[in-house]
Design a protein around this ligand. Structure first.
Ligand code: IPM
Ligand code: MN
Length: 359
């Protein structure tokens, strides 16, 4: 298969981890005779520094003309107090909106080799397998915003339409059909009108999926359930901001936020990125975990129906975890491993899974 992949490394540890994902994809291309081409562009703080804009037009154009986007991370503390559109995060938000990436899919799994790395008890997390469907282009993130000139007032409006709710809900229910056939809608329907619209719309839509069990949780209770009994969840469906928060919380199950990939899907475009941020303190130190970025590349493969390829990447990741070839966020269990050594191991294992050096 021929794929044009736009690479947006972004800020902080973004470039280091993205490089490892590209290594894995290059190893896959060789193994399976695919032609993956990579073109790089700036986004985030680095783009502001160079051009004044967090999402320069050339970057957006490259993304639009590519088959998929591999994204690193965004954010730099020097822009923490910047206002309005000059924030690095605006680059990612604009990209999501412009490309119509309405569904953000975040798989959360407990890796067998890491059960003791989570602060949660082993018996609670063993076997956890959750797929979070987070709405990505609506809600309070994109509603009307206002800040009074004298700074004494600000407002962010939370808005949703039924069609916005329906399109991601169909994806979540279809995913549930292939899994354990359960969807949990997380909302705050005891307080918010938008949440009541979600409940009504999703309840109606669920009738087309009679095999799927639908249940509801208020977000505050869901935050507690995620820690008390995460195994109850199969597919989680939720709006933008709740999904942002719940997915960071869920990453604790895996043992490190450095493990969680995501796919952001729209009708025409698809972007793959780790859920972690730019981790500025770690930039250039070789300590950033590349696995979330590498597993995002596996999701990219799945998106194009390349399931064997995706399994191969995931298998190599599992092998590295089993052997303790990991960055320090997962403890020092082997020799001191750097971001790029972990990436090399995974790419080598893809090229040569039976190599005795790996055992
Ligand atoms: C995420 C991030 C982004 C979000 C930020 C960087 C805008 O936290 O992808 O989860 O809030 O969506
Ligand atoms: Mn987030």
């Amino acid at each position: 298969m021929k794929l044009k992949i736009a690479v947006l490394p972004g800020d902080g540890i973004g470039p280091e981890v993205t490089e490892q994902a590209i290594k894995a994809l290059n190893a896959i291309a060789l193994e399976f005779n695919h032609q993956f081409s990579f073109k790089q562009a700036d986004v985030g703080a680095i783009a502001i520094d160079k051009t004044g804009a967090p999402l320069p037009d050339v970057t957006l154009e490259l993304c639009k003309s590519s088959d998929a986007i591999l994204f690193g991370a965004i954010g730099d503390p020097k822009y923490d107090n910047a206002e309005g559109d000059v924030r690095p995060e605006q680059g990612l938000l604009k990209l999501r909106k412009e490309l119509g990436l309405f569904a953000n899919i975040r798989p959360v799994k407990a890796f067998e080799a890491l059960l003791d790395f989570s602060p949660l008890k082993r018996h609670l997390i063993k076997g956890v397998d959750i797929s979070i469907y987070r709405e990505l282009t609506g809600g309070v993130y994109f509603g009307k915003k206002e800040t009074a000139e004298d700074g004494s007032y600000a407002s962010d409006l939370c808005e949703y339409s039924t069609s916005e709710i329906e399109r991601i809900s169909h994806l979540a229910f279809k995913a549930a059909m292939e899994r354990r056939k359960k969807v949990t809608l997380i909302d705050k329907a005891n307080v918010l009108d938008t949440s009541r619209l979600w409940r009504k719309t999703v309840t109606e839509l669920a009738k087309s999926y009679p095999e799927v069990t639908l249940d509801f949780l208020y977000v505050d209770n869901a935050a507690m359930q995620m820690i008390l009994n995460p195994k109850q969840f199969d597919v989680i469906l939720t709006e933008n901001m709740f999904g942002d928060i719940i997915s960071d919380e869920a990453s604790v199950i895996g043992g490190s936020i450095g493990l969680l990939p995501s796919a952001s899907i729209g009708a025409k475009h698809a972007l793959f990125e780790p859920i972690h941020g730019s981790y500025p303190q770690a930039t250039g130190k070789g300590i950033a975990n590349p696995i979330a970025a590498i597993l995002s590349a596996a999701m990219l493969m799945e998106h194009f129906g390349l399931f064997e390829e995706a399994e191969m990447i995931k298998g190599a990741v599992e092998k590295s975890l089993k052997l303790g070839i990991t960055t320090p966020d997962l403890g020092v269990r082997h020799e001191r491993m750097t971001t790029s050594k972990v990436g090399d191991f995974i790419a080598d294992f893809i090229s040569n899974p039976s190599d005795s050096n790996h055992n």
